[in-house]
Design a protein around this ligand. Structure first.
Ligand SMILES: *Cc1c(COP(=O)(O)O)cnc(C)c1O
Length: 224
């Protein structure tokens, strides 16, 4: 199946309120442009250098999302143009994003990543760490970031019940914030959960942003 056909199939499965992030990591600019020609404008990347290289040559109206694990010392490379950073998992990183956003005279949208999977290897905050950040006085001074929601990755398992439980938990946390936490730099609207294998479950559980890669572009080929 072509990128065009895959994209059509997936879009037909998405309710209108759900934003599709086309995850293009390791995929060629040709494939990205095929999706672009179909009207797709939101793309997600995991690696800073790859993202910067692509953003330099691809159309300027693409909205780039960073969805990988971001190291503080690399924020400066994406700060001039990034539309949304999904994987914010520490206060240190948040402060660095704010600093680089300030340098670029802009506000950067961020999602706080919550650890919902059973796997230890996945990144993210637990509930206590989340509220520590949201309740901290220092956060009020970060005027160049906007915390606009939460992101999570479910366990990589065929056990649908387990995946569902994890998504339901993340949605409950999201609903809690949505009703309670607002500030000049906290404006909770976005729940980023669901990938190729589990996005339909995620949507059932309240997701309004899905990150889909291989079901659009085909399997990823990693080379060194
Ligand atoms: C790679 C990646 C995706 C896309 O995964 P697919 O299974 O190819 O859809 C989504 N989210 C994150 C955080 C990723 O790293």
């Amino acid at each position: 199946m072509s990128v065009t056909e895959n994209l059509k199939t997936i879009k037909n499965l998405l309710p209108e309120n759900v934003t599709l992030v086309a995850v293009s990591k390791t995929q060629s600019n040709e494939k990205i442009m095929e999706a672009y020609q179909c009207g797709q404008r939101v793309f997600g990347e995991n690696y800073v250098q790859e993202l910067v290289d692509k953003a330099n040559v691809l159309p300027k109206d693409i909205e780039w999302h960073f969805i990988g694990h971001l190291q503080s010392n690399k924020v400066k490379y994406i700060a001039p143009f990034i539309a949304l950073i999904h994987g914010v998992d520490s206060f240190k990183l948040l402060k660095e994003i704010n600093k680089q956003a300030q340098k670029n005279n802009r506000t950067i949208n961020c999602l706080l990543q919550i650890h919902i999977a059973k796997e230890e290897t996945k990144f993210g905050l637990d509930e206590n760490e989340l509220f520590e950040i949201l309740n901290s006085d220092e956060l009020k001074n970060l005027s160049n970031i906007n915390i606009c929601g939460l992101m999570g990755m479910a366990s990589n398992t065929d056990n649908i019940h387990e995946v569902k439980e994890e998504f339901i938990y993340l949605n409950q946390l999201f609903q809690k914030l949505k009703n309670k936490y607002t500030a000049n730099n906290i404006n909770v609207t976005t729940l980023s959960m669901g990938m190729s294998n589990d996005f339909q479950i995620a949507i059932e559980c309240g997701s309004n942003m899905v990150r889909i890669g291989s079901s659009i572009f085909g399997a990823r080929i990693y080379s060194n």
